[in-house]
Design a protein around this ligand. Structure first.
Ligand SMILES: [Zn+2]
Ligand SMILES: [Zn+2]
Length: 458
């Protein structure tokens, strides 16, 4: 594919040698120094579901932001639209405490809609975008995404992770009609958001290694082109951490592009495999624990960043590991679903029913499935070792890059207890039916070793 820029990747639609057709949902993607000035014409270009165009005499745009992102971008957007004779209303959430994308927030957005609101504009980072994407889809009014921080890889996504009844649920929605941002806006975001963006990108190393393992052990679909796109993105970010810490505009822009690139990679693959593996499972586990303990939410990329050196060190250990497959097979044969479910009840609390239902539906721990995974792992052990060596950088290198941008590198900085880190290592693999290095350690009956390897990071 003759792709050169991120826009080329976003607009591409082609048959790949992996056997699948790759495309994205992204219709317009603008990142440059004056991108925001394009907003009036982008709003005017929006069409309703019946195909009729935007009518500035009878329709308006609703801008959704919080106090901080209103300052960063929302107010400029409002001024530009007003100057172009487009009617604007706004909903500005408080900057503190952090907005939670739950039923209360959804209600506020719906209440702010006017009969003549035709376009929604999300001026903000992850949470604002998830919230607006959800309401946009439910009301079938297009939305334009104006990211204010390169903090996570979900801007180019079409799903919306929401909080419902205190539980996280991911909804299928649609993508933004246009994604518009400027490096100067991104560069003035809080440092913890830059650090979170780097964390989410560096997590791709272990996500890609997990994907490879899934291909080796469970014959999962793989695409070398997508893996290569994401590896290059991660390499670039790893080598630029210091520049990012100094808010070098080019490094900030490339971080945003890297996050969008992994979003594009997910669209190409048709799932989150290229961007999410065991490091995300740890992050999801901690997110659930923090929510159950009613602790303040933590940026997604911060949790992923914290988890990545831990998972990388599990990979590091594999390079010299000669597992005892016979012992693992004996353990697999002794599996009791009821005993397993009782443990999950204990560990997952109110989140347990979902995890148990997944375990029942997929039979992922049944002796049959575990034994077949073990057989494939034993047969291909050299390939697994090679993947661990080739795909995952030294854990310390990742740790230092994160530390250099001021990312939280110890659990206590995020309000996560050491015991919750070890619980996650032991049980987070149960949250999804997706083969990862944590599943490998579980199958090999090596969770005690996994715990002691991860303890070095506490
Ligand atoms: Zn492909
Ligand atoms: Zn992520």
């Amino acid at each position: 594919m003759p792709a050169k820029t991120i826009m080329d990747y976003a607009a591409a639609d082609f048959e790949c040698s992996c056997g699948r057709r790759h495309r994205t949902d992204i219709r317009q993607l603008l990142i440059d120094d004056h991108a925001i000035s394009q907003l009036p014409s982008l709003v005017r270009d929006q069409k309703k579901a019946d195909g009729s165009g935007f009518d500035p005499d009878s329709q308006s745009a609703l801008i959704i932001a919080d106090d901080n992102t209103w300052q960063a971008a929302g107010s400029t957007v409002s001024q530009l639209l007003t100057a172009d004779h487009i009617k604007v209303s706004q909903l500005v959430f408080p900057g503190k405490p952090d907005l939670i994308p739950d039923e209360k927030a959804v209600f506020q957005v719906i209440t702010a809609l006017r009969p003549h609101t035709a376009v929604l504009i999300a001026a903000g980072s992850g949470t604002i975008n998830d919230l607006v994407r959800f309401v946009s889809y439910k009301t079938q009014k297009p939305y334009i995404c104006v990211p204010t921080a390169p903090s996570m890889d979900g801007y180019a996504s079409s799903v919306a992770p929401m909080i419902h009844n205190n539980l996280k649920t991911t909804y299928e929605t649609w993508g933004a009609a246009a994604l518009v941002t400027q490096p100067d806006i991104l560069a003035s975001c809080p440092s913890k958001m830059l650090a979170a963006g780097l964390g989410d990108i560096l997590g791709k190393y272990t996500a890609l290694a997990d994907w490879r393992l899934g291909g080796i052990v469970e014959h999962e679909y793989e695409c070398p082109l997508i893996a290569d796109m994401v590896t290059k993105t991660a390499d670039r970010s790893l080598s630029q951490a210091r520049q990012l810490a100094g808010r070098d505009p080019q490094a900030v822009r490339e971080t945003m592009e890297g996050l969008l690139m992994t979003g594009i990679a997910m669209s190409y693959a048709g799932n989150s495999r290229p961007a999410s593996g065991a490091e995300h499972h740890l992050s999801h586990f901690w997110e659930m624990v923090l929510m159950q303990k009613k602790k303040p939410p933590v940026l997604h990329g911060s949790k992923v960043g914290l988890a990545t050196p831990m998972i990388a060190s599990l990979y590091h250990h594999i390079q010299k590991l000669q597992p005892d497959f016979e012992r693992a097979r004996k353990k697999a044969a002794r599996f009791s679903f009821d005993q397993w479910a009782a443990t999950i009840e204990n560990v997952y609390g109110t989140g347990a029913p979902e995890v148990i239902a997944l375990g029942r539906k997929t039979a992922k721990n049944s002796p049959d499935r575990t034994l077949s995974r073990l057989a494939a792992a034993e047969k291909n052990w050299e390939q697994i070792r090679r993947a661990a060596a080739d795909l995952v950088p030294e854990p310390d290198q990742i740790y230092q890059a994160l530390q250099s941008v001021g990312a939280p590198v110890s659990p206590v900085e995020l309000g996560i207890e050491d015991s919750q880190v070890l619980l996650a290592v032991r049980h987070a693999a149960e949250m999804r039916d997706r083969y990862t290095v944590l599943q490998l350690y579980t199958d090999l009956d090596l969770l005690d070793e996994a715990e002691s390897i991860v303890t070095q990071w506490l």
